[in-house]
Design a protein around this ligand. Structure first.
Ligand code: M6R
Length: 588
């Protein structure tokens, strides 16, 4: 969801803030704002739209510290007024927020009663007035922020810049916050990306912790107000350019990068996997879990554990975990899949499982994320920053890691590595202009359709779901995936003349089921599109893809990623920033 930045240190403050925002723009991108403390008070500028060049109209040269925010709107439309930071009525301080104040109506009613007037429908303005209200009695500015924060319900992280005390006060609950220690100064951010290359050490702010940056940096427990001394940690994150590197969009760049990222995800030694392999051996129940694309990757990991390691792993959706809780206990293992490691639904499921003493393994892309820090067995997909809101390379990396894990359990680590390297070569050969031309040929066949269906089965059950999700996210088209086995149980009523139906076929025991299903929909007028190594008489159109063997799920999802990309661009959509979506879903 939204991205928060705070800075105190050397260099031009507004430049540092805008640079930080650009690295976090994927978190929310409908509007943005910057506030900086100057000799003459607080400079504040807010803009609607993408950060782009991040040009401010009159950036102050004398600012000493500041805060900034990139927004994914929840309460109140996308307007300059609703953008953060929000200023207090007396102009003393400004507030930016990441989260949702669930009791904001109640608080608003109370504040209105005592005389506050609201200029916006945002829940953030409630926080501003609440701090102001508390200031009347609190012993310090920090105390006012702390007391106000305790009144907020929901997952919220806030950052406040105060003119009078010349300080930044930030509080975390739910949405992430990390403080980078710079050679001269500090940089606070919602994730580690803006810190890479700048901070060698970081302090991860935990839930219900408050940090004050003034002449010094100090930490407090929000509930008690007591001073804390959290550990500084080394930030093992190489600075990576957040750059399209000549591609029109991050999505295409990240799709093509998969020829390398699949290998990076498998760059664990057998020894490094041993602790988790042992945990798998001892587990009574093994669950995999995630949200959205990560839940499909979790499903695929469970599939590999069942079919390769012969372990009865079961996939759960993070937001549907509750009914399983009575059966969880300390003998169970939960493998959690997430790109960001900050997804609210996923983290909530993990916390609930931890109460039941379930052991947590995770495969996460973002270094330093909450999920990896609370895991018993943290692993990283090592794909580099995934900037496009739509997940591509993180998905395939998570799957490759799951494959390596299952193969290692089955005593076939070396063979897995060989196959993953062979897959990388296949992808390299596949990402050629010729492939892009073939995929683009599908555009006229699909651009006017309202409904599109995908059929998969067995290993391609999840490939179908993920392919359908890519199309929904980028093309805004209704696209559903079903197991070929589901077709005759009701779904077939949806087929009429010209309905496009994709069939994802591997060279496996399910191929025939898929062909029969395609024949059946075709007999009812559907236009069939086969995603398969070989053409077939039941395909009206064929998208040739390499036979990926054990990793066919990857060679088959890639053309669907490419199709989603090219179709979106053709329709004038920005696939990097799909409408309404945010990359890191830190609120529920
Ligand atoms: O960061 P996570 O992997 O935990 O995110 C989970 C989902 O929100 C995410 O995969 C979402 O479905 C993406 N938009 C997929 O492209």
């Amino acid at each position: 969801m939204c991205g928060i930045i705070g800075f105190k240190g050397q260099g031009k403050v507004t430049d540092q803030l805008v640079e930080g925002l650009k690295r976090m723009e994927y978190r929310g991108y409908d509007s943005w704002g910057v506030a900086a403390l100057t000799k003459n008070g607080i400079f504040l500028e807010k803009k609607v739209g993408a950060i782009g060049e991040g040009k401010l109209s009159r950036p102050p040269a004398d600012a000493t510290m500041g805060i900034a925010h990139t927004r994914w709107a929840t309460h109140g439309g996308v307007t300059q007024e609703n953008a953060h930071p929000h200023a207090s009525s007396d102009g003393r301080f400004v507030v930016a927020q990441n989260g949702i104040v669930e009791n904001y109506l109640e608080l608003k009613a109370m504040l209105t009663k005592v005389g506050y007037q609201f200029k916006t429908p945002t829940d953030t303005e409630v926080i501003v007035h609440l701090i102001h209200h508390r200031l009347k009695q609190a012993s310090s500015f920090r105390e006012a922020v702390r007391q106000a924060f305790l009144k907020l319900a929901g997952r919220n992280t806030i950052i406040v810049l105060d003119q009078q005390t010349k300080s930044i006060v930030a509080v975390r609950n739910g949405s992430p916050l990390v403080l980078g220690h710079l050679p001269k100064g500090v940089l606070l951010a919602s994730d580690t990306l803006p810190l890479a290359g700048k901070a060698e050490t970081v302090t991860y702010i935990d839930d219900m912790q408050l940090v004050v940056v003034d002449g010094d940096v100090s930490f407090y427990d929000v509930k008690t107000g007591r001073t804390l001394h959290p550990k500084r940690q080394k930030l093992d994150l190489v600075e990576q350019k957040v750059d399209k590197e000549g591609y029109d969009h991050f999505m295409l760049k990240e799709i093509v990068e998969q020829q390398h990222t699949v290998v990076e995800a498998a760059s664990y030694s057998e020894k490094e996997l041993v602790p988790l392999v042992a945990a798998l051996k001892h587990a009574r129940n093994i669950y995999t879990i995630g949200s959205g694309t990560a839940s499909y990757a979790a499903g695929q990991v469970a599939y590999f554990l069942r079919t390769i390691a012969l372990l009865p792993a079961q996939e759960l959706r993070a937001y549907e975990v509750d009914s399983y809780l009575p059966f969880f206990d300390s003998h169970d293992l939960l493998i959690v899949v997430s790109q960001s490691g900050e997804t609210a639904d996923t983290l909530e499921a993990v916390r609930k499982a931890q109460i039941e003493r379930v052991k947590i393994a995770s495969i996460v892309n973002m270094i330093g994320s909450t999920l990896s820090r609370i895991s018993d067995y943290p692993y990283f997909s090592r794909s580099g920053p995934e900037i496009c809101v739509v997940s591509t390379k993180a998905y395939t990396a998570q799957i490759v890691w799951g494959y390596l894990l299952a193969m290692t359990y089955a005593g076939r680590f070396e063979l897995a590595q060989k196959r993953i390297h062979a897959l990388a070569k296949q992808l390299k050969t596949y990402f050629q202009p010729k492939t892009f031309t073939t995929i683009k040929k599908l555009i006229p066949e699909l651009e006017k359709d309202q409904h599109l269906f995908v059929l998969g089965k067995g290993q391609h059950f999840y490939t179908g779901f993920e392919s359908a999700l890519k199309l929904k996210e980028t093309v805004y088209m209704h696209c559903e995936s079903f197991s070929a086995g589901e077709l005759k149980h009701g779904v077939i009523t949806l087929i009429k003349k010209g309905t496009p139906v994709f069939g994802i076929l591997g060279d496996d025991q399910y191929k025939n089921d898929l062909l029969v299903a395609l024949a059946e929909v075709r007999a009812r007028g559907a236009k069939t599109i086969g995603i398969a190594a070989e053409n077939n008489e039941f395909f009206d159109l064929h998208v040739p893809t390499p036979d990926g063997g054990d990793l066919d799920v990857i060679t088959k999802v890639v053309p669907c990623q490419l199709l989603s990309y090219f179709l979106a661009v053709h329709l004038g959509n920005n696939p990097d920033k799909p409408r309404n979506l945010a990359k890191s879903v830190t609120v529920k």
